[in-house]
Design a protein around this ligand. Structure first.
Ligand SMILES: Nc1nc2c(ncn2[C@@H]2O[C@H](COP(=O)(O)OP(=O)(O)O)[C@@H](O)[C@H]2O)c(=O)[nH]1
Ligand SMILES: [Mg+2]
Length: 207
């Protein structure tokens, strides 16, 4: 049976607990965020099928727990990620300060070719903002990576941030993908070389 996708793109979200990683994934994958969210235990994932630049893409969205006790588990997943979203909460300065820890993990454990994006989430909470946009911009500029302020609650910039990083991953792996003849529908099964089946159980995150 032919596959329903041409390409698999593996993204992972990292950042402190409660910055909104699970909500962002739910918003993007399911178009909805129901409250209250359960705390992510260890690692979880969701899938999103979409079309990007004419290709049928299956995006694997790996959701990590922000608590330190899970760090050694989640580090094992960095290596397989093609894109990593570094997430902080614009209303909580500590989550911004802690970004350096997450960047260090990425440098230690992720592939050199990984695409990164910085996300300042909860931008709907304007009155409680503690991290000015300019600080996020500066942090991203120093790393030479894209930056978006998002709101998972209000669905602001979520689609854009995920789609842009997916495009960057696709651009970086273009040669690899074209070797697999992704434009020939009859040969789509050969793409299993790039399609990894995640081992974590697919759980609802919006209970
Ligand atoms: N106002 C607002 N709250 C958010 C947003 N994203 C997440 N939250 C809330 O922040 C809390 C933590 O979200 P969650 O996705 O579980 O964070 P995680 O620990 O990083 O996965 C929850 O109470 C969410 O409802 C957002 O964009 N705006
Ligand atoms: Mg979570």
């Amino acid at each position: 049976m032919a596959k329903q996708h041409d390409i698999v793109v593996r993204l992972i979200l990292v950042g402190d607990s409660s910055v909104g990683k699970t909500c962002m994934i739910c918003r993007f994958a399911e178009g909805d965020v129901e409250l209250p969210m359960g705390t992510t235990v260890g690692i979880d994932f969701k899938m999103k099928h979409t079309k990007v630049e004419g290709k049928r893409v299956r995006i694997q969205l790996w959701d990590t727990a922000g608590q330190e006790r899970y760090d050694t588990i989640t580090q094992q997943y960095y290596r397989r990620a093609q894109g990593i979203l570094l997430v902080y909460d614009i209303t909580n300065e500590k989550t911004f300060i802690n970004l350096q820890k997450w960047v260090n993990y990425v440098q230690d454990y992720a592939d050199d070719e990984v695409e990164l994006t910085l996300i300042g989430n909860k931008c709907d909470r304007k009155k409680e903002r503690r991290v000015p946009t300019s600080r996020g911009q500066e942090f991203a500029r120093n790393l030479n990576i894209p930056f978006y302020e998002t709101s998972a609650s209000k669905s602001k910039n979520i689609e854009k941030a995920f789609t842009e990083i997916t495009k960057r991953v696709m651009a970086r792996h273009r040669q690899e993908y074209s070797r697999l003849n992704i434009d020939e529908p009859d040969r789509s099964d050969t793409l299993s070389e790039l399609g990894d089946t995640p081992t974590a159980p697919e759980r609802g995150c919006c209970m």
